[in-house]
Design a protein around this ligand. Sequence first.
Ligand SMILES: N[C@@H](CCC[C@H](N)C(=O)O)C(=O)O
Length: 270
Amino acid sequence: MRFFKGHGTENDFIILPDPEGEAGVSAALVARICDRRAGIGADGVLVVTRTKESREVGHHAAAAEWFMDYRNSDGGVAEMCGNGVRVFARYLIDAGLEQAGEFGVATRGGVRTVRVEPNGDITVDMGKPVVHGESVAIVGGQEYTGLHVDMGNPHLACAIGDPVVQLDLTHQPGFDTGVFPAGVNIELFNPVGTRRAVMRVYERGSGETRSCGTGSVATAVAAAALSGETTGTWTVEVLGGTLTVILEEETSYLSGPAVIVASGELMLAE
Ligand SMILES: N[C@@H](CCC[C@H](N)C(=O)O)C(=O)O
């Protein structure tokens, strides 16, 4: 099976073209591919399937030709991936499957519209973040209160006060399983300057990653709330680079670089 590798601010993905949805990529295979020592190594896998061939999202076929079938590195599925959908768009354009410009991509969280900016960055309309209230994360024995933000997938974005560089994110942070029965992506951030935040993230199903697009929007929402704002343009600094988040009344946008860096033949089998 052919594969491609790409990343968006160092949130890295293996792309597996399976246009007719015949390959049946299992959770076990995804976990082996993402293994950074015994596999290729990645935060997740993006299976590229025609939307009309998907039982899960086939009803979106009129709005989006292609389905981003996103998997975390542990093999589990997720509803949405903000960096993933930007890298997915880059792949579709490079492969000649979509024209640079604006087009829809189907995800489990709905159809997301992507567009290529004049500087080559890719922007995705992330939809309206849904804020559910506060909850608590525990990192290194320390409790941090944050905002529960639904971006299609669940987030808990906590302003922490301590420098983010000091955090030990080698283990799963604690969280309230009553509030997040399906797990949660946990962002730890500090506002720095005007509409700017520095953030680290522990992703559900992937552990600490160097960037998270949905998490960056959740962070912007939580950081804005601290200053009583709901709209505005935010810069989110992650370990792997910088993302721009625009919060509007009815939707949000995520922008940043997305590149394909390699391709090859997968030797791992089911
Ligand atoms: N890195 C992604 C989010 C991927 C999914 C997440 N781990 C989940 O399980 O919800 C992003 O850029 O948004």
